[in-house]
Write a protein that binds this ligand. Sequence first.
Ligand SMILES: Cc1cc2nc3c(=O)[nH]c(=O)nc-3n(C[C@H](O)[C@H](O)[C@H](O)COP(=O)(O)O)c2cc1C
Length: 354
Amino acid sequence: MAWTSLRSLLFRLDPERAHALASGALRVLGATGLLPRPSVDASLRVRCLGLDFESPLGMAAGFDKGEVRVLGLHALGFGHVEVGTITPRPQAGNPPPRLFRLPEHRALVNRMGFNNEGVEACGRRLAALPKEGRGIVGINVGKNKDTPNERAVEDYLAAIDGLHPWSDYLVVNLSSPNTPGLRALQERGPLERLLGACVDRARPLGKPLLVKLAPDLAPEALDEAIDVVVGCGASGVIATNTTVQRPGDVAKHPRAQEAGGLSGAPLAPLAMASLRRAYARAAGRIPIVGVGGIMDAKDAYARIRAGASLVQVYTGLIYAGPGLPRRVLEELPELLHRDGFASVSEAVGVDNRP
Ligand SMILES: Cc1cc2nc3c(=O)[nH]c(=O)nc-3n(C[C@H](O)[C@H](O)[C@H](O)COP(=O)(O)O)c2cc1C
């Protein structure tokens, strides 16, 4: 069945129900290996964070919240999968409805609120993953809703302790709009304390540790956050999470007034601006992962040219379907070769040099 027909069926379902079906299909796909994996051109290989990524394209956090659909997502063509956000203890998240489609804008609004089964359940599933054929796995960690910000560091450290054995890299998520007060941890003082402790914990484990930031930080606050990240010795930044803004025409959509983070096409200009600023400020000292509103290969390529060493998608997969990674993997080498680049790393930041 063509994707557009399947999508119109899926879009008749409640978004969380559709997600559960997709997740189930990925479990089967991962277990059976029914689908031949797309081939990946050698020009797409990326050496980043001390790791070898077969391509820059990854699955963003939040699709796999610990169910561990890594094999299925890898089979679709993703070179890395970021699992999470995982909190130390299980939590239900916000009451449904908490995920909304805005199809006219190729966007979503979500206020999931870190629904996940906690470190222990996620660790058990990760432990069962085969070592081969799974690509790079990132683990994105957060704090439980009922943990006050003053004790947030304990949650981040507990999640790192519990999950690092199965991770290739770790992400400290400070940018979800759906955990009250979380984003205040992106300010200089709290960020220095929290990140300093997490880097100290991750470094002896040999795990790169990144920070995921919001697109709603003022430019000066973003500069400051980058300085702190570099100063603490963290390995990189993910720009960005969802936005609490409702840019342009999106504001008129009936579901735009739902509380939560906006993702998808309307987020792209904000995420791109954050990426450009982060890349310029980092000045090559740390890599930046570009995410937010990447809907096709052209968008992914533009993000790379603006400074992203790696790119991630979530909402693009919902609208473009499971063939999206395959198409990106086909088209990205053509875009690189068209512009005379032999590899992704040659193209990183070419549009964003002083
Ligand atoms: C339903 C949903 C749940 C998400 N959950 C998380 C999460 O738990 N942790 C996180 O770091 N990001 C989460 N995100 C944010 C995505 O990882 C990504 O940063 C954001 O959606 C922008 O990318 P996109 O426009 O490609 O979707 C979530 C996004 C969506 C749509």
